[in-house]
Design a protein. Structure first.
Length: 311
């Protein structure tokens, strides 16, 4: 029996668990279906180097100031660049390192796929795909909203609120090409660029941000391109992306490539509140509630923590 069970070890879930512990709100455990923590704070070793293939940076704002100071003081993160959009920081060894720092003292169980939840006599009971069971007084779902809604639907709960507003929040998909080159090419002075139109959403220079020792770039494709190509064979999609890259940058020489995919990349709208209590002591949180960024995940978790402190 735990006071809190948090499903999802992305930034929102890890921050929730950390705050619950720091504030003495009770015992907690984080259940994560993947083999590692971080969610879309994802770093991959491949093509003889490392790439961030989810979040590329975080912007320093008041919402994240406390965590930022810890990461900075422990020399886990460094400033990448400063632009008109703000102060951009990234992790020395990849964005996953930030999640690992948060999770160091937490009770986290990996590769735990919760299949159903049940409410009885004030207690939430969870069952995994391997028939493992857990019980808690408060249940917090921080996974991407479509995944959380699938779990609620599977569980056939009879005490849910009307979820129509929540169901209207949709996510964009993302296809990401990890590219190594024979030599460097300059994107701009920062090593990062976002595009307002066309097939690219962004390009990030992994060497310029300090993650790779060799020329390496993360090409994130636009939501439209990703939606249209997402379910096509990966080798065909990657070949199409490489052709687009070569057409735009004809002088570069590609030495290696790999495709990554995010089915739930970015919430296209934000719920009216920072969290949603969909049944007694059952909460939905995350970037669909606080805003589509790492800052949004922090805002959502902080909003729910404030509610729990007042409860």
């Amino acid at each position: 029996m735990k006071d809190f069970i948090i499903i999802g070890a992305g930034l929102c879930g890890l921050h929730m668990a950390k705050k619950i512990s720091e504030l003495g709100l009770g015992t907690s455990i984080v259940l994560e279906k993947s083999r590692g923590v971080g969610g879309r704070m994802a770093t991959r070793r491949t093509l003889e180097t490392r790439f961030d293939h989810g979040a590329q940076f975080y912007r320093v704002k008041s919402d994240i100031a406390k965590i930022h100071n810890i990461w900075k003081d422990e020399k886990i993160s460094h400033q990448w660049f400063f632009s008109s959009k703000g102060d951009h920081w990234c992790a020395n060894n990849g964005m996953t390192a930030l999640a690992k720092q948060l999770s160091a003292t937490l009770d986290i169980q990996l590769e735990k796929q919760v299949q159903s939840i049940h409410y009885e006599a004030g207690i939430w009971k969870l069952t995994s795909d391997k028939n493992e069971t857990w019980q808690c007084r408060h249940l917090i779902l921080t996974a991407p909203l479509p995944q959380a809604l699938i779990l609620l639907e599977k569980s056939k709960l009879d005490n849910l609120i009307d979820l129509s507003e929540v169901k209207n929040i949709h996510y964009s998909k993302a296809l990401i090409a990890l590219i190594s080159l024979e030599s460097d090419f300059e994107i701009n002075e920062f090593g990062y660029e976002e595009f307002l139109s066309g097939d690219f959403f962004s390009i990030a220079n992994q060497k310029q941000k300090g993650l790779s020792a060799i020329p390496a770039y993360t090409f994130t494709m636009s939501p439209n391109f990703s939606e249209n190509e997402f379910d096509n064979p990966e080798e065909i999609v990657l070949a199409k992306i490489l052709k687009i890259i070569q057409a735009r940058y004809p002088n570069i020489k590609i030495s290696g490539s790999e495709l990554k995919k995010w089915r739930y990349c970015q919430a296209q709208s934000t719920y009216k509140n920072l969290f949603c209590e969909v049944a007694p002591k059952l909460f939905l949180t995350g970037d669909a509630f606080g805003g589509s960024s790492l800052l949004g995940a922090i805002r959502s978790s902080e909003g729910l923590i404030s509610h729990l402190l007042e409860d």
